[in-house]
Design a protein around this ligand. Structure first.
Ligand code: APR
Length: 255
């Protein structure tokens, strides 16, 4: 029996399913993954050098400009078939939880509820000094195609600079998010890991934590990312095609 058949069997028997998603699930929506080369205005920048507190201290206008551009990119994007397949599965009575590393809101816009964002969200900037959450006015959220440098707005409470409400390298994950993730990952029958390279800790530990708790882990990726465990299945392909095929195999029509 091949891994798709085994994955169907596992899903048929499951009552609690967790989706653990990475940038690959949003790729079909036109959002570049973290390992994709950047294009246009940002072609000469390396994302991994823009996504640190030090980079923000050094050049707040560049880092803020980068995140404003990404926020704009996400606002122009639409959820893809994979996001809809995830939210549609919840309507079949299965207990579904979504734990994502992504900072876009495509799961929510596809109808998924209570999404756990391990690495924060583009939608929720906060003050770099006092950490108070902030809402941007339409003018503050506006981006232009010409400039990369945008001075961040100031916090209404302490006048500190606003920063993106995301987790940067070397920063801790939001405590509430990690706890919420652990409570569903340790209690699920099946964890479906979709579109993640599994390189950034501690999120990358999640499939192993699920395996250790007795779950079956189904990886969905363009390449083989399986860890070699016994209860792991590897479905190689585009998430936007693999997920509808997998759910169709257990009688769940496409969203
Ligand atoms: N379908 C399935 N998988 C895909 C698709 C697709 N259409 N397109 C790309 N992928 C896979 C790639 O093969 C890769 O394994 O998605 C993965 C994307 O990997 P990354 O770009 O490393 O993204 P991610 O795993 O989410 O990164 C984790 O790293 O940079 C930090 O905080 C950032 O949350 C991010 C974290």
């Amino acid at each position: 029996m091949n891994d798709m058949h085994k994955a169907s069997e596992a899903l048929r028997e499951a009552t609690k399913v967790v989706f653990f998603t990475g940038a690959g699930i949003s790729a079909e929506s036109g959002i570049p993954t973290f390992r994709d080369k950047l294009t246009g205005l940002w072609e000469k920048y390396d994302p991994q050098r823009l996504e640190t507190a030090d980079a923000f201290r050094e050049n707040p206008a560049l880092v803020w400009g980068w995140y404003l551009w990404r926020r704009h990119q996400v606002s122009q994007a639409k959820p893809n078939t994979a996001h809809y397949a995830v939210s549609h599965l919840a309507s079949t009575g299965l207990r579904i939880a979504v734990v994502t590393q992504n900072i876009d809101d495509l799961h929510e816009r596809a109808g998924s509820k209570d999404v756990v964002h391990l690495h924060g969200s583009l939608a929720q900037p906060k003050c770099f000094a006092c950490h108070r959450s902030a809402e941007l006015t339409p003018e503050q959220a506006a981006v232009s195609d010409e400039v990369v440098l945008v001075e961040p707005p100031r916090c209404k409470r302490c006048n500190g600079r606003l920063r993106p409400g995301v987790v940067w390298f070397k920063e801790d994950l939001p405590v509430g998010a990690w706890k919420a993730a652990m409570s569903v990952v340790k209690d699920c029958d099946v964890l479906i890991s979709v579109g993640t390279s599994g390189v950034v800790m501690p999120a990358a530990d999640i499939p192993e934590i699920a395996l250790a708790a007795g779950a079956i882990v189904i990886h969905v990726n363009l390449m083989d990312v399986a860890l070699g465990g016994t209860n792991e299945l590897m479905l190689i392909g585009n998430a936007a095609e693999v997920l509808p095929t997998l759910f169709g195999s257990i009688g769940i029509p496409e969203a």
